[in-house]
Ligand binder design. Structure first.
Ligand code: PLP
Length: 407
């Protein structure tokens, strides 16, 4: 299939004059896709399909980088938003729907004795860190990955230009699934670690006993355990990793998948920590109680909490993973391609070979997938509107894309 992107290319030229990378999010920019051979601008979505501004149709396995858990343009969620829109969006005081959503999260998320709504995942993780520092009276944070755009988190990365060094010095990194690396930090910074923050599910998930060991070491050392479930929340299970692995952190940050694409996130945790907000620890935003996102989240949860929803998503994801593993083995490309992830958030990753690095191979894969009408960045997000049919179309395309890699 030869696709044309005249309108996308035109818009990209205009956008790049006025917006860095022509997009609002790094991972949505042309750098992450293949300029000129992939769309840059989307017009609309329906279920798990999107149409670009040139009218090309794609099955979307990226799902807006995670937020779309139910599907695009969902009638039930739209109706809730429109009903609320007719009453008003933001008010000068709190609303009933805020209380309803807070009560709902309190029911479904194991550590959520109290919650506060914010807008982005970064707002939620930063709020958790500030509360943990205030609660413990300590400054150092141990982390093992990306936790958002704010200084404390970016300060721990190689790409930390613009973050003052004293802030970078307050974060110490450990390796996921390697309890010894965290123990070493506790040996070195004993009574100084305020919080350990990690994504409880990374790659193929926690090894047996890993999260329990983190729970023990944080409790023993008086550090706050924070699960960053901005990605994993609402994707693998309604109550997140705490429900899935039966390990309850002190605090959790959730975002992306909560409102099926509406901008809402939440910091939640033990009452004695969250109550510090009442003592003045500052976690407050103008739009935290914005009602359209809140009713969208209530409706999204209503849909996700129906029986067998998560079983269905896991089943589809496992079908995809099994299919991919069979193709990789048939095509004998296991030296450059491997599957990764747990069913609802899984797919393929690449390794370099000869003169091609893994990004080249990823690009070859992505180009063919796009040509076949599949939008994917390797690791896929599955949602309720994907079905066996879309998984089969994905696997057919992946077979062709892996042929291209083989050549
Ligand atoms: N935490 C994790 C694990 C993330 O992957 C992200 C974003 O991708 C964030 C936090 C930050 O979320 P946001 O981009 O909504 O601020």
């Amino acid at each position: 299939m030869t696709l044309k992107y005249f309108k996308s290319e035109e818009l990209l030229k205009r956008a790049r004059k006025v917006t860095p990378l022509g997009a609002q999010t790094y991972s949505k920019s042309f750098r992450y896709f293949c300029e000129g051979i992939s769309p840059s601008f989307i017009e609309k979505g329906e279920g798990c399909r999107v149409w670009d501004v040139d009218g090309n149709e794609f099955i979307d396995f990226i799902c807006a980088l995670g937020p779309v858990t139910v599907g695009y343009n969902n009638k039930q969620i739209n109706e809730a938003i429109i009903n609320q829109l007719n009453k008003g969006i933001s008010f000068s005081q709190s609303t009933k729907v805020e209380v309803e959503l807070a009560e709902k999260l309190n029911q479904i998320i194991p550590c959520a004795e109290m919650v506060r709504f914010v807008k982005n995942g970064s707002d939620a993780t930063t709020s958790a860190i500030r509360l943990a520092r205030a609660y413990t009276g300590r400054d150092i944070v141990a982390l093992s990955g990306y936790h958002g755009m704010h200084d404390w988190s970016i300060g721990s990365t190689a790409n930390n230009r613009g973050v003052p060094k004293p802030i970078c010095d307050l974060t110490k990194t450990f390796n996921y699934n390697d309890i010894t690396s965290l123990k070493k930090l506790f040996d070195e910074y004993k009574d100084k670690i305020a919080a350990v923050i990690l994504e409880p599910i990374q790659g193929n998930g926690p090894e047996e006993g890993y999260l329990q060991a983190i729970r023990e070491i944080t409790s023993k050392n008086g550090a706050v355990l924070i699960f960053d479930e901005v990605v994993s929340g609402f994707r693998y299970a309604l109550g997140g990793a705490a429900e899935l692995y039966n390990v309850v952190p002190d605090m959790v940050a959730m975002g992306k998948g909560m409102g099926n694409g509406m901008p809402i996130s939440v910091v939640a945790g033990k009452r004695e920590i969250m109550e510090l907000i009442e003592e003045g620890v500052f976690v407050s935003t103008t739009f935290g109680g914005e009602t359209l996102s809140i009713v969208a989240a209530l409706e999204t949860i209503k849909i996700l909490e129906k029986p067998n929803v998560y079983e269905g998503i896991w089943k589809l994801g496992n079908k995809m993973l099994n299919g991919l593993n069979n193709i990789i083995s048939d095509k004998k490309v296991s030296d450059v391609v491997f599957t990764s992830g747990l069913a609802p958030h899984a797919g393929v990753q690449f390794e370099g070979k000869g003169s091609l690095d893994y990004l080249d191979i990823n690009s070859i894969f992505q180009q063919r997938m796009i040509q076949e009408g599949i939008m994917s960045i390797g690791i896929n997000n599955l949602n309720l509107s994907h079905s066996e049919k879309e998984i089969e179309l994905y696997l057919n395309a992946a077979e062709l894309a892996l042929d291209d890699i083989q050549r």
